[in-house]
Write a protein of this length. Structure first.
Length: 299
């Protein structure tokens, strides 16, 4: 890896593991509700079992199995900026690469809007290179890494393990994937969604999980999208951009007013450029109507 990443190009996500018998587990919990079902064994082809899973997936019954469907992701090469955001998650567990016991491997994310800015790119790169050189000099002089790390950039990359249940993941997805609100973490959540859906499809094809477990993850996580997307409206009230990205029309007059008087021009943001790069290189990460939104910008 280079010492500087041009935007979010080096970020990746993989699934370490997940609850591969969640459908059976869900049935074993659910059946205790009903006396006549308590001794009925799990069978993915049984109509009672299918009905049970359908009701849990649709939040009609017993949310507990959704909370016990644990997924473990390895997230590679995010910035410490993004790390501070993702670890705000209240119901999740994390283990992050340490900067204390050993010297770091230099790499800093330079936002794409700055990396492509002729006015500021050179200055930004010099700042990063000077910071990295100072860090190296401190280490050579015997300053422990735990102290030298204070002189690194906030954009310094790190990797982590993210352990989260399906319900928590879905509940945070709406804000994390709001284009007017989130950028780097927006990509991370999209990559997590894509990774788990690809993994369960692959495992189902190999016979490692049954069809009901495949459907459990697919039907819950598959529809995950930004807040307001199910109603085809933009409902971001934050004043940085309002609803400037305009994937969908404003949900109400208050958002229209916020958007008119928002603090910044969204076309100068890194995420504006990153979405166009995603559309070109990884269109499978886009949500409904985002390709149309991007084409509309380019007119």
């Amino acid at each position: 890896m280079n010492n500087i990443s041009k935007g979010y190009e080096d970020i990746s996500v993989e699934v370490i593991d997940y609850n591969q018998d969640i459908a059976k587990h869900a049935w074993n919990c659910y059946r205790m509700t009903w006396k006549h079902l308590q001794n009925k064994q799990y069978d993915e082809n049984d109509n009672d079992v299918k009905e049970c899973l359908t009701n849990i997936i649709k939040m009609r019954a017993l949310p507990m199995p959704r909370e016990q469907a644990i997924m473990t992701f390895r997230i590679n090469n995010i910035s410490r900026v993004c790390l501070a955001q993702i670890t705000r998650q209240r119901k999740a567990a994390f283990n992050v690469e340490s900067q204390m016991p050993r010297p770091i491997q230099h790499n800093v994310i330079l936002p794409l809007n700055i990396a492509t800015n002729k006015k500021f790119n050179e200055r930004a790169r010099k700042l990063i290179e000077d910071s990295q050189a100072l860090y190296d000099d401190l280490i050579k002089d015997g300053i422990p890494p735990q102290d030298a790390r204070y002189l690194t950039m906030h954009g310094q990359t790190t990797s982590l393990v993210y352990v989260v249940d399906v319900n928590t993941f879905i509940s945070s997805f709406g804000f994390r994937c709001e284009n007017n609100l989130s950028d780097e973490i927006n990509l991370v959540y999209r990559l997590c969604k894509n990774a788990i859906l690809h993994r369960v499809a692959e495992d189902n094809g190999k016979g490692l999980i049954d069809n009901l477990t495949y459907l459990f993850y697919t039907l819950i996580i598959g529809p995950a999208d930004a807040s307001g997307a199910n109603k085809h409206v933009g409902q971001n009230y934050d004043k940085v951009f309002g609803n400037s990205f305009k994937r969908y029309p404003d949900a109400n007059e208050e958002i229209t007013e916020i958007t008119k008087n928002c603090d910044y021009d969204f076309t100068k943001s890194a995420w504006y450029l990153e979405l166009q790069r995603i559309a070109k290189n990884c269109p499978e990460l886009l949500f409904e109507n985002e390709m149309e939104m991007i084409k509309q910008w380019q007119k």
